[in-house]
Design a binder for this molecule. Structure first.
Ligand code: ZN
Length: 261
């Protein structure tokens, strides 16, 4: 989404739809950010508006960009929300959407662990979201990889569900090894065991469309994805004479196994 956020100036307005505590940090853009969610998060971010996505309290074409980061799957009135997003976004505005692929192992485990996990809408094909918006082909579509960070015991503020015991009790060491192994299996066999979903970019990018190469290094704690080449260039990758190479997540410091191409 940073390809969109970084190009907006201070006169622009961004809608962070289904924001929770914020889909991105305030410093990610110079634009004015309005955060909207149907539930008030524990720590409500600045400019927070409590609203139903299918009834947005904003004027027509009042936003230059909308970010919907892992929120469409949670919205009860999806058609209503899509209509509202189209209404409040300028015709030449930018739209970033990320959704899980409901057919993947990651989303199945997530729903099993959380008894549905609040996922009300299932997307199973890359074309589902563009069809929903009737927006034609996106400027870019990127595959998102899973880190299974929702299984990480350190991410549970309250008591973890008992089912977590059946999947290694959220052990970080197990997640580190398991995620790396699934990624390697996918690369070798062309399977999708470690895929999470898709990210879509709509809008005009005259200087070139956003990167479509998937970031395979996704942190097992915070879920931040980092491109392989970027981690290498930062010198973050530590190679050892035995076992997989490692890196410390630049966002949260957690140790992960490094996946190269
Ligand atoms: Zn991290």
């Amino acid at each position: 989404m940073h390809e969109i956020l970084s190009r907006l100036d201070e006169r622009a307005r961004v809608l962070d739809l289904g924001s929770g505590a914020g889909s991105f940090p305030p410093g990610a853009t110079r634009a004015r950010v309005i955060r909207v969610d149907a539930e008030r998060p524990g720590t409500a971010p600045g400019n927070f508006v409590l609203a139903d996505a299918a009834r947005l309290p904003f004027l027509d074409t009042s936003f230059d960009a909308i970010v919907s980061n892992h929120s469409l799957e949670h919205i009860a009135d999806l058609a209503g929300a899509v209509g509202e997003m189209r209404r409040v976004l300028r015709p030449d505005g930018y739209l970033y959407i990320a959704v899980p692929d409901a057919s993947t192992l990651a989303d199945r485990v997530y729903r099993w662990l959380g008894r549905g996990g609040g996922h009300l809408n299932a997307f199973t094909r890359a074309g589902d979201v563009p069809r929903l918006f009737g927006a034609g082909k996106p400027a870019a579509t990127r595959l998102l990889y899973a880190s299974f960070s929702f299984l990480n015991r350190k991410n549970f503020r309250t008591r973890a569900p008992r089912r977590l015991l059946l999947v290694g009790n959220g052990s970080e060491a197990l997640l580190r090894a398991g995620t790396w192994l699934l990624r390697k299996l996918d690369a070798a066999l062309g399977t999708r065991w470690s895929v999470y979903g898709w990210a879509y970019y709509f809008g005009e990018f005259p200087e070139g469309a956003p990167e479509t190469e998937a970031a395979k290094n996704v942190c097992i704690r915070c879920g931040s994805g980092h491109p392989e080449a970027w981690l290498e260039a930062r010198g973050a990758v530590e190679r050892r004479w035995f076992g997989p190479a490692r890196y410390a997540c630049p966002a949260c410091g957690t140790r992960n196994y490094f996946v190269d191409r």
